[in-house]
Design a protein around this ligand. Sequence first.
Ligand code: PEP
Length: 263
Amino acid sequence: MIRRFRIDEGGVHMIRTLIAGNWKMYKTIPEAVDFAERLKEELSTLPEGRDVAIAPTFTALHAVSGIIGGSLIKLCAQNLHEAAEGAFTGEISAAMICDAGCSHVIIGHSERRTLFGETDASVNRKMQSALAAGLKPIMCIGETLEQRECGETFSVIERQVKAGLHDLGAGDMAVVTIAYEPVWAIGTGKTATPEQAQEIHAFVRGIVTAVYGSDVAATLPIIYGGSVNPGNISAIMAQPDVNGALVGGASLDVDKFVKIVRY
Ligand code: PEP
């Protein structure tokens, strides 16, 4: 299997693999706590170079943090508000997410873009806010079925990548992950073929190379999301530019999620 490497003063480093579970608006606090306890037991060790994160709802973050703190499982929020604080009823800031124990945050998920009006510009402001607070953002991009069928996939992806990363420095990029999630594959049971995923991941890496240079691009984790399950994870992960997975539905079941993590 081909893997990307970075060479620095400490020697050669492989891009770490990230498997992240996005729980969306599922699980009450007791359900989230129970899941976290079971997951912690199952994942007391991880394969070399592999990171795992779970993204519960906001209300469960603090309780789940109490369970997985000190374990190998990282805590991720599903969204944030771009402002540091203010009169934004119902919103949650980056500092509050850190406070709840998160190291990561998902930004620009397609459900946020299509259902809640998020734009490339707001995604970029959220990226800046997350980075300023010391969070590691997972920036989601992906084309709709209509865009794919109209031959617009590459232009949409290029626009989302460039706009989402606008004004971010090379140093910021050290903690950024990009998640390619074709909208037509999310929650539909339709997975992109490994070759389709690889094509877009390589394209994204090419855009990042053009903007930031090959050192940054060669170490950028680009993860795939869209109906990932225990049966298709290995083929997707065998692609050279796929560095992990963002998992929705299958991450709600401990056994399935553990199988995906240990693909
Ligand atoms: C997601 O919500 O990011 C996702 C990829 O969902 P699913 O795995 O259910 O398609």
